[in-house]
Design a protein around this ligand. Structure first.
Ligand SMILES: [Zn+2]
Length: 158
């Protein structure tokens, strides 16, 4: 399914093909918390990187965080922002170049309602953030084994 998104100032618009559309995974790591703002977490979707189409490419800004635990090593997770308004648009990782992760907050297309959430990197969660996790939700202090594609297969049958 084709997903469309944009930044707040509309300088950047994008579309991408996705089969990982459920906004189920909340990442509470310090980088997602700081870069996405909001409630202290970010939700990445999963899409086919080769299908990405961008309008306003000159406004894109890449951010690769420094990993404190690895000294001065740059994260291979590339976060893409609009340099004009600061919206976090999508992310990608050099280990999985075929994948692109639209931030759910940047998506304009209607997204499906999630039956249960997965809360990840809770070991880095800010103390003021409440997860509101239910009994159906999964919670991890670090990253889960289950990929976004595996979650969709297990929970939605897609
Ligand atoms: Zn913008």
């Amino acid at each position: 399914m084709k997903v469309s998104g944009s930044c707040h100032c509309q300088a950047v618009k994008y579309s991408v093909e996705s089969d990982g559309l459920y906004p189920y995974q909340k990442c509470y790591c310090t980088i997602c918390r700081k870069t996405s703002g909001g409630e202290g977490y970010a939700i990445n979707l999963s899409a086919d990187a080769s299908s990405l189409q961008v309008e306003g490419e000159q406004y894109l800004q890449i951010y690769q965080a420094m990993l404190a635990r690895d000294g001065r090593k740059k994260s291979e997770h590339r976060r893409i922002f609009c340099r004009n308004c600061g919206s976090h648009l999508w992310a990608s990782h050099s280990a999985w170049p075929e994948l692109l992760h639209p931030l759910a907050s940047s998506v304009d297309s209607e997204l499906p309602t999630v039956p249960c959430y997965t809360h990840i990197m809770l070991g880095s969660k800010a103390s003021w953030v409440r997860t509101f996790a239910t009994d159906q939700d999964l919670c991890f202090d670090d990253y889960p084994e289950e990929s976004i594609a595996e979650w969709h297969d297990r929970v939605t049958g897609i």
